[in-house]
Design a protein around this ligand. Structure first.
Ligand code: ARG
Ligand code: ZN
Length: 872
């Protein structure tokens, strides 16, 4: 049954203090709870008490010390109800749960023998009876009792206040968290864990102990996460004036985890893939991902924990804001233009696809069946784009004052998106009424733009027209307030011209505000014919269409002062060429490479560029997934063929340049994940990929040598991928075997080994998936393995979309199995099938067939909700 935003009611009863005792046992953990509760001043005196609870075996229940009989309470769907309670009371309960049987990985579960928890969003109700909603905030005191030998380490939120020995080889630790928090931020970890410890002194002088807890063999993989944490702590002080507020901050790495990580107060729990790194086991990309996730979870301490969400419709309040914060952090400590390019490239591929599909929803949804399905790119990434627009609209300085006000005014409270935006409006005086539509309307707005230069009057007239397509439940959209950052680049001077609009000067890089359906902006005193550079730095999450000629794009590629738009001009130029080639492929016409693209690439390769990571991005063609997003109907084979044709044509035409680029960027330096080294490796590995796209002996020799040199995982993985994805099977097979044997003991490296094999373009990819599902290192119970093998295969477009439907059938089989084991992951794995409308009739039919087959099963709420939308 869907829940609706409009039906929000404050809780009838609050919990002021929560005491929990866990007596740990894999199959029978006893959880005793003692809740200090009070009726909400506005609730009726006869309001019943409702406590959430699922998969709990109730042993006893007592109210103010009196044991309740079965007639005194009712076990109802999803919880327990007590008809009458006093205004203030103490409720005590004892329940039993079975962590070892918990394959959903929500609530208390076991991972590699270790106990751990995941409570966001609604996992706490699998631990004890409780008002499990974010607007109920309590202080917590938690005692964890465990076996001394099996669980020498017992952790929970806050500070340890007492520990001791018990009979029968058991011991306990008691933890206190003084900051009131909702149940979704509760955490417990117990097991044989080892720690790395460091310290941090906050700007006001508080000494904080920092600990990262891992399995013993991973002790040497924590340094980067620790360094990232310290950078993040300093950055939040300097950028937002936010300081840490406990004496202890802990991170724990667990192998089985549904998502990336979780910001539990004082005890962040991480998917091991999001925290462990070592130059030999993790790529540059993994290093950067760890840095950003460590920062993200740390930043939640303020944007999420100290100020939290009133209800789950407000999820983007904490997630959109926190993603924006972690993006800015990563931009500050690395190459800012590359960070933006990477984020936008991903956003325009994956979020645009979500926003155009059957599960499209606004940044603030107004109903859901299963909230877990709403941890999406729209809530996180589009939410971050909306916060970024807000920041740009009112300016960084006002934004900081607004966030100061927000944290001060709402500290310790559970609030709404309006509360956040109201602070920004208050400090800036801006009218953000129309802007609020960004939170309510789903779908990607499209802007059709065209411009005219009037030589006689020296005017440039730019007309922008916006429309947002219909999305499920939202047939009609209102115009949005869209900030369009732009420049006019003079075709003679090659410089940004001064922008004068209605007599007002905007400098050479300005923002215009599109608020109506259609608006014409007349720039005066424009001395020469310009090429407009629009939506600089991706100033709004929209699709912008402008009828650029290839010459104009080639011009922007070299002259635009905005690094992001230079890159985007290259992508647009490549897209035009790809469009022609896709059409040629469909029509069975011979493919001809556009020489303008070749010349643009030649120029890139021969012009020295400061930031090598930017060059690597500029030399990278739009992905097949991105190209697909641009087509009215996705032709999987034509897209693949066209993109391969461009890659090979570029490699053939510019072979010597790529070779030189590769050779010039070799390095013998010791590995460090610095922006300089990462840029150098990126550009070198892009060059190698081009060389391997053609049958080049020198390229192949370099590739094999790079694999053998075994310098770091970034280089090794790229070399192995290129070997396995090429036709050089006599080299690929032994390399793959050696790698698999060498790393059999390391699950995170084995994940990469799986992914490399099932993403190869050759037609045996599906058979390889089937084969690898039998591999001892694979397990459907481990989400990382599922993503590395099945998830990665579903991104292998030509093979997943095989015309015999076997790719779809395989995914359906996996989803059916996962639906029983882990509904959260099952629903996520289903995503590629929900996009069936985008494909040809034959594939549509096969994809629907797979969906119908899943629908016939007894379904979890997660999978049910997605299937219903997909087939609606
Ligand atoms: N709040 C966490 C984060 O942003 C993610 C929560 C995971 N939730 C879940 N239902 N698996 O990092
Ligand atoms: Zn988050």
């Amino acid at each position: 049954q869907p829940v609706h935003l409009q039906e929000y009611q404050p809780p009838a009863y609050q919990v002021s203090h929560t005491e929990l005792t866990f007596d740990l046992d894999p199959a029978a953990t006893r959880v005793s709870a003692r809740l200090d509760m009070t009726r909400h001043p506005e609730a009726a005196s006869d309001a019943p008490l409702f406590l959430h609870g699922e998969y709990l075996t109730l042993h006893s229940l007592a109210l103010d010390g009196t044991v309740l009989d079965e007639g005194d309470y009712r076990l109802v769907e999803g919880g327990l109800e007590i008809a009458r309670v006093p205004e203030r009371f103490v409720l005590e309960s004892v329940v039993e749960i079975a962590p070892c049987e918990n394959t959903a990985l929500e609530g208390l579960y076991q991972s590699s023998g270790m106990y751990c928890t995941q409570c966001e969003a609604e996992g706490f109700r699998r631990i004890t009876y409780y008002p499990d909603r974010p607007d109920v905030m309590a202080t917590f005191k938690v005692t964890v009792i465990g076996d001394k030998a099996k669980s020498p380490v017992l952790l929970a939120n806050g500070n340890p206040v007492e520990r001791g020995e018990l009979d029968g080889g058991r011991h306990f630790v008691t933890w206190e968290d003084p900051h009131p928090k909702p149940s979704y931020l509760f955490a417990l970890v117990a097991g044989e864990l080892y720690k790395v410890e460091d310290g941090f002194t906050t700007q006001s002088g508080r000494d904080v102990t920092l600990q990262i807890w891992v399995e013993e063999e991973n002790l040497d993989k924590t340094a980067h996460a620790m360094a990232s944490l310290k950078r993040a702590m300093r950055w939040d002080e300097e950028t937002y004036g936010r300081e840490y507020d406990l004496d202890l901050f802990m991170i724990v790495a667990v192998n089985d985890f549904n998502m990336g990580a979780m910001e539990n107060k004082g005890l962040n729990i991480f998917n091991s893939a999001a925290v462990l790194t070592h130059p030999h086991t993790a790529t540059d990309q993994a290093f950067q991902r760890v840095e950003s996730i460590v920062a993200h979870e740390y930043f939640h301490n303020w944007s999420g924990n100290r100020v939290t969400c009133r209800d789950w419709f407000q999820l983007s309040l904490k997630e959109g804001f926190t993603v924006f914060r972690d993006q800015c952090f990563s931009a500050d400590v690395n190459s800012a233009p590359v960070k933006r390019i990477e984020d936008v490239a991903f956003f325009r591929t994956a979020q645009f696809a979500e926003d155009a599909g059957p599960t499209a929803h606004p940044v603030r949804p107004d109903h859901y069946i299963e909230i877990t399905n709403f941890y999406t790119l729209t809530i996180y990434e589009k939410g971050a784009e909306v916060v970024r627009m807000l920041c740009n609209l009112i300016g960084a300085e006002a934004f900081r004052r607004g966030s100061d006000l927000y944290f001060e005014r709402f500290d310790g409270q559970a609030v709404t998106i309006e509360d956040f935006v109201a602070c920004m409006a208050e400090v800036s005086g801006a009218d953000l009424t129309q802007f609020m539509r960004w939170y309510a309307q789903a779908g990607t707005p499209e802007i059709d733009a065209y411009g005219e230069y009037d030589y006689v009057h020296g005017e440039y007239r730019l007309t922008l027209r916006q429309r947002t397509p219909a999305t499920p439940g939202q047939p009609f959209k209102k115009p949005l307030h869209i900030p369009v950052r732009l420049g006019l680049v003079g075709t003679k001077s090659g410089q940004d011209l001064r922008l004068t609009l209605a007599g007002e000067s905007l400098g050479t890089d300005g923002v215009i505000h599109l608020r109506e359906e259609e608006q014409t902006f007349v720039f005066t005193e424009v001395a020469e014919a310009p090429v407009p550079s629009l939506l600089r730095d991706f100033s709004a999450p929209v699709k912008l269409h402008f009828p650029y000629s290839r010459e104009e794009l080639a011009f922007l590629l070299t002259h635009d002062s905005d690094g992001f738009n230079r890159w985007d001009a290259g992508q647009r130029l490549a897209m035009l060429a790809l469009d022609d080639l896709i059409a040629a492929h469909r029509n069975g016409v011979e493919k001809v490479m556009d020489s303008r693209v070749v010349e643009a690439f030649r120029l890139l390769l021969t012009t020295p560029m400061e930031d090598k990571a930017v060059l690597a991005e500029m030399l990278t063609l739009p992905s097949e997934a991105y190209i697909a997003e641009q087509q009215p109907l996705v032709d999987v084979d034509a897209i693949h063929a066209a993109r391969e044709f461009v890659r090979q044509s570029l490699a053939l035409a510019l072979r010597d340049e790529f070779l030189a680029l590769y050779e010039d960027n070799q390095s013998q330096e010791a590995y460090a994940p610095t922006p300089e080294q990462i840029g150098q490796r990126s550009v070198k590995n892009v060059a190698l990929a081009y060389l391997m796209a053609i049958d080049d002996d020198q390229g192949l020799a370099y590739c094999q040598a790079q694999f053998d040199a075994n310098h770091n995982m970034t280089d090794v993985r790229q070399a192995l991928t290129l070997l396995v994805h090429s036709e050089h099977n006599h080299l690929a097979a032994p390399a793959l075997k050696a790698f698999g044997e060498k790393w059999a003991h390391d699950p995170l490296v084995m994940d990469q080994w799986f992914t490399i094999q099932v993403t190869r373009p050759q037609s045996d990819a599906l058979e390889r998936v089937e084969h690898l599902m039998q591999h001892p290192a694979f397990s459907l119970k481990n989400p990382n393995k599922v993503r590395a093998l099945i998830g990665a295969f579903a991104q292998n477009r030509i093979n997943f979309h095989r015309l015999d439907g076997k790719g779809y059938a395989l995914l359906a089989d996996v989803v059916i199995e996962l639906n029983r084991l882990n509904p959260d992951v099952a629903a996520r794995m289903l995503t590629p099938l929900t996009r069936w409308q985008r494909f040809d009739d034959a594939r549509q039919a096969l994809m629907r067939q797979a969906l119908e087959r899943i629908k016939a099963e007894p379904l979890s709420a997660n999978v049910y909700e997605v299937i219903e939308k997909a087939l609606a």
